[in-house]
Design a binder for this molecule. Structure first.
Ligand code: C5P
Length: 224
């Protein structure tokens, strides 16, 4: 029997990453942060001097991307390694998010990363976080959530996160970047950001993380 998958798709800053991590911890399931794969590819391209418009070279790079996701344990916090070096901080900048959305629009890149994402589906189950988890990567998933929040709220959350990390940014600048990335992700020809027909849509603008978690867990129990 194939392992169950809960897909959590939606725009950047909707809370997907946090919710997916908390769910995986709670259910003790595996976690796929698919956005990290596109960010890692953008970082690898930058390091190796590969042009973000060179689709063939990027697809080839995606095929041999040497990444390891290390889950959090009692001894250490979660980490993501690119060629054996920690990349979990360097991939989180807005610049790397934008570069990721440029490489993610290329069909050959998406094709090269498809099986790698499907390989995360292992017993007892998988929480998959991204843009096309429910529409393309795991179309047969038993539970699909499409998590949104207003662009203003997402910019505000990102601003607070950056401020806490000691990074300077302006709210207006972040809002512009978020809107640009939404547009690029929603208007691309392959795997655009859109809810799967069978996805449950949740707006997190006025909800806390715990409230969103509660709603998803309730959906999970009613489907069992
Ligand atoms: O989720 P995150 O912000 O880390 O994703 C970075 C970028 O990677 C997104 O803006 C999107 O363009 C791309 N992405 C994608 N498909 C996914 C996950 C992310 O196209 N499943």
């Amino acid at each position: 029997m194939t392992a169950p998958v809960i897909c959590i798709d939606g725009p950047g800053g909707s809370g997907k990453g946090t919710i997916a991590g908390r769910l995986a911890e709670r259910l003790r399931w595996h976690l796929l942060d698919s956005g990290a794969l596109y960010r890692l590819l953008a970082l690898a391209a930058q390091k190796q001097g590969v042009d973000l418009a060179d689709e063939a070279a990027l697809a080839e790079l995606a095929g041999r991307l040497n990444v390891r996701f290390i889950p959090a344990s009692k001894e250490q916090s979660a980490d993501i390694l690119l060629d054996g070096e920690s990349a979990s901080h360097s991939i989180r900048t807005e610049q790397m998010g934008s570069a990721a959305s440029i490489v993610a629009a290329l069909p050959a890149v998406r094709a090269a990363l498809l099986q790698r994402q499907r390989d995360f589906r292992q017993s007892p189950g998988l929480i998959a976080d991204g843009r096309d988890m429910g529409t393309v990567v795991f179309p047969d998933a038993p539970l699909k959530i499409f998590l949104t929040a207003s662009a203003e709220e997402r910019a505000r959350r990102r601003y607070l996160q950056l401020k806490q990390a000691g990074v300077t940014a302006t709210l207006d600048g972040l809002l512009d970047e978020i809107k640009q990335r939404d547009k690029r992700d929603s208007e691309r020809a392959v795997a655009p950001l859109k809810p799967a027909v069978d996805a449950i849509q949740l707006d997190s603008t006025a909800l806390t993380i715990d409230q969103v978690l509660e709603q998803i867990l309730r959906q999970l129990t009613t489907r069992k």
